[in-house]
Ligand binder design. Sequence first.
Ligand SMILES: Cc1cc2nc3c(=O)[nH]c(=O)nc-3n(C[C@H](O)[C@H](O)[C@H](O)COP(=O)(O)OP(=O)(O)OC[C@H]3O[C@@H](n4cnc5c(N)ncnc54)[C@H](O)[C@@H]3O)c2cc1C
Length: 411
Amino acid sequence: MAQKNGGTPPRALIIGGSMAGLFTALLLRKRGWRVDVYERSSDELASRGAGIATHPEMMVALDKAGVGRDGLGVQLDGRRTFDKTGAVLDENAMPQVTTSWDMLYIRLMSGLPSDAYHTGVRFTRAEQDGGTVTAVFEDGTRETGDLLIGADGVRSTVRNQMLPDVSPRYAGYVAWRGMVLATAASDGTRDALLGRISFSLPLGEQFLCYPVAGEGGTLAADQLRLNWVWYRQASSDPEFEALFTDSDGNRHDVSMPPNRVHPNVVAAMREDAPKNLPPHYCELITLTDQPFLQAIYDLESPDIAFGRIAILGDAAFVARPHTGFGVTKASGDAVALAEALDAAGGDIDAALKAWRDIRVPFGHTMVERGRTLGKLLDTVREGVINDPFGTERTTVAAVMSETAISADMIE
Ligand SMILES: Cc1cc2nc3c(=O)[nH]c(=O)nc-3n(C[C@H](O)[C@H](O)[C@H](O)COP(=O)(O)OP(=O)(O)OC[C@H]3O[C@@H](n4cnc5c(N)ncnc54)[C@H](O)[C@@H]3O)c2cc1C
């Protein structure tokens, strides 16, 4: 168990109570650290609904964090691509488990005592003094510890203080997202979409869909949901501005919560669906009460450790979601940090140096991978393409075999 001189456990201040923050909190607590997580949102984060592809690396992290991998999601058999009429263009066998953001959040929170998780607390800045670091919050309160972890996402305040010149770069397209109870869909749509990841590749766009657990994490067959994502191009401005200005005229830049997207913007997207997508995807869009929007960004940080401050998860690197790897990467950052602390025998400064040497190159690799996958949106459907992976494959085959795969499958 970790101890400082004098026998007290070291203390971590974790900014951000989402995936990266929770994995880090659990792994440090297992090593005897005193941990406090500070989350600015006072809403129940479990209501953030979205599907998440999993990989073996994430399963290992869940085991190491002490919350286990059993019953984490829906076992899928393979992948399939439909043309615009709904006919199958191609399919393959690629087993994978999909989960949902709420299921993972509930699982991770189950391992953390409630008094270690503080909501409605906005971090504003950090102050370092030798071997200690102090977090200063918007309400003026201050907390001091041995390590401050910035797990505060793509618009990280911690990163902004440490790396003011680094900011996310908009990739030129957005993701529309939604979830529908599978039993609400027609028999034909359910048959087509359950049990696999399904794609469609309208020119310059990409649609994908997969089943995930029901609300609250249930795997009951009649509660499964169909999670869909539709990548569509949107020039920086004025298109982006129109999409990301909410019903009250407020401008957003990363995501638009389900109830904030302007009704006219949703109506235009629904109108476009039949022009671009096969009938069963159009059905899902019609059945989705409140589709929501996320902008696609690349983010790379030249460093992730600054004295007693570290950044991880999306605060450090954001790889485009075609990698299906954001949560797995966050969990891997946390595992690598915990293991570096073990290897350094409690020497926090030495551990941070060793950790950064492993995770900075990995972060760059994943961001580059996301960019390459993004190029598939620009290639011609069905033909042999100028394959960004350097093989003579159709776009369909490349998308199906390269999207959301585990890091050790990447060549
Ligand atoms: C369309 C799309 C599909 C995706 N699909 C997948 C997938 O299939 N598989 C996968 O693994 N990943 C996927 N991802 C990526 C994944 O969602 C992210 O990588 C992951 O949520 C990152 O977790 P995080 O904890 O680092 O950051 P976040 O989830 O962004 O959390 C940051 C937290 O910090 C809090 N915070 C921010 N600022 C402050 C502050 N000043 N003070 C206190 N708290 C603060 C925020 O409220 C938030 O809760 C997808 C992303 C998108 C956009």
